[in-house]
Design a protein around this ligand. Structure first.
Ligand SMILES: [Zn+2]
Length: 225
């Protein structure tokens, strides 16, 4: 069925894979398979004091797919990306009832895109894991888009830039890409300040890794997805 949809999309819409340019609806069969076969790995960043799992390396696929999904409205990538996020979060093997909390998108980005992609991925990953999710975090208006900043400026830009609402309880923070880790560190700080127990974090892509970088993989022996 998927092959038929891809062929029809290519024929009528000229749909091509966002990664390699071959005919594809969002991602071609080859790129999709490479993404699905990647083994999640543990990510370390200075100042990060919780387990963090990434489903995939950043390059070559995620650096193309995530921006196309978020900025170009390629919503057909949502099932693939949320499946990867669920796989990473499932590796943390958290207790039943643990809440997935998305790193909030900038309000300006949500307005521009007309959709909150972070919330969409968190909701979908939570459904797959049979866990609840909730948008406990809010960003201050002063936060700039991290993508335009270097490592030191990223740290300054996010410090004390989030606050948590409600009674979060036990949580796992979820986000699309981990770059310096500054955003996840700030998210954890804000959640802990609201009384949350932060069990870990999960992301789709690890911006420090490309698929030719050998490091120890995380083996999801008890993964639930
Ligand atoms: Zn491709």
């Amino acid at each position: 069925m998927h092959e038929f949809v891809v062929a029809a999309a290519h024929l009528f819409l000229g749909a091509v894979c966002a990664v390699c340019g071959a005919p594809g609806w969002g991602a071609c069969f080859v790129c999709r398979s490479a993404i699905e076969q990647a083994v999640p790995h543990e990510v370390r960043r200075t100042g990060l004091d919780m387990p963090l799992i990434a489903a995939n390396d950043y390059r070559p696929q995620m650096e193309k797919l995530v921006p196309v999904f978020k900025d170009d409205g390629a919503l057909q990538l949502a099932p693939l990306l949320s499946r990867r996020l669920a796989l990473a979060a499932g590796c943390l093997d958290v207790p039943k009832g643990t809440c997935l909390v998305p790193v909030p998108s900038l309000r300006s980005a949500v307005r521009r895109r007309g959709l909150d992609h972070s919330a969409m991925l968190a909701a979908s990953a939570a459904r797959r894991l049979k866990l609840p999710w909730r948008a406990h975090l809010r960003r201050d208006l002063r936060g700039l888009d991290q993508r335009s900043l270097g490592a030191a400026d990223r740290q300054l830009n996010v410090e004390a830039s989030m606050r948590a609402r409600g009674n979060p309880g036990a949580v796992v923070i979820v986000d699309d890409i981990c770059t310096t880790g500054a955003t996840l560190i700030e998210a954890a700080r804000a959640l802990k300040a609201a009384g949350a127990i932060v069990l870990g974090a999960a992301v789709i892509g690890d911006a420090d890794r490309h698929s030719d970088t050998p490091t120890a993989d995380f083996h999801p022996s008890r993964s639930r997805s």
